[in-house]
Design a protein around this ligand. Sequence first.
Ligand code: BMA
Length: 340
Amino acid sequence: MSKVTVFADNMPNIPWQDRPANAIGPVWRYSENPIIGRNPLPGVARIFNSAVQPWEDGFIGVFRGEQTNGVPHIYLGRSKDGIHWEYETEKIQFVNEKGESYMPRYAYDPRLVKVEDTYYIIWCTDFYGAALGMAKTKDFKTFIRIENPFLPFNRNGVLFPRKLNGNFALLSRPSDSGHTPFGDVFISESPDLTFWGKHRHVMTRGYNQWWQALKIGGGAAPIETSEGWLLFYHGVTGTCNGYVYSMGACILDKDEPSKVKYRSENFILTPEEWYEERGFVANVIFPVSALCDAESGKIAIYYGAADSYVGLAFTTVDEIVEYVKAHHVENGDDASIGIL
Ligand code: BMA
């Protein structure tokens, strides 16, 4: 039983490996990483930046599949243990409310979040430029696209797993049409997933933490705890050799998540292993999904590695909360409600 309470379901079959004796920091990698290798499907060269949920007696996931023509789309996968996956060979077929085909031109970095009895996929889509796309499903057979939440340009849409004060809440990262050399995380609310407003700034790039000084973006759907919303996100630094993506963690206020309560000044995972340092885009750790077993407090984080693989990392809610609190530093006006 963890000291920090998690407000989520129990997940006794969560993928897990105990902390190895030589682990440094609050998060440790799965020893068999990467869990998904190259050319996982006919016509798909790489799977990375993908999201997972429990489903039936195992797990289901939405996977960013880079097709051999270079265009990313989302593929469905199923797994008994959350580690070994079988994919549908055809990309997810999205439809509109009338059941007619409504395919995005491309789709990448999908998040998968359950709110009440519905699963939502949020991804980066082409809406006259990079923007957020959204779809819903209850059975993982029919995927109905709903309105694109925001104008271009925007990426890294992360939905909260429950409504807050009666509204859906969505983190996003306004961007540009390219590789965006800036970016803070914002939050917006909607009563119906069609009309969005009450936009607030959540957190800024790192003021004096170079690993996240260029831009940041939400990662996994926040985990509700007695300390607040635990968020794993990515932070980016610009180097002579290009961008380097690391994983950070913070805790947002439970009732007003535009306020950051604690935010670790240190990254919690940075590219060190061959599958993170070497690949289609070198030096990328891109967290997209985190499973949590409320009973034990075990957390399994799925992250894209070097735009080529999927990695799995572990922590516990007690360890990560303690670490984030112990390494908290004030950052700009992160602690404020985020409206000027
Ligand atoms: C970001 C996104 C991610 C990608 C990362 C590193 O802008 O496009 O999909 O993992 O760049 O290339």
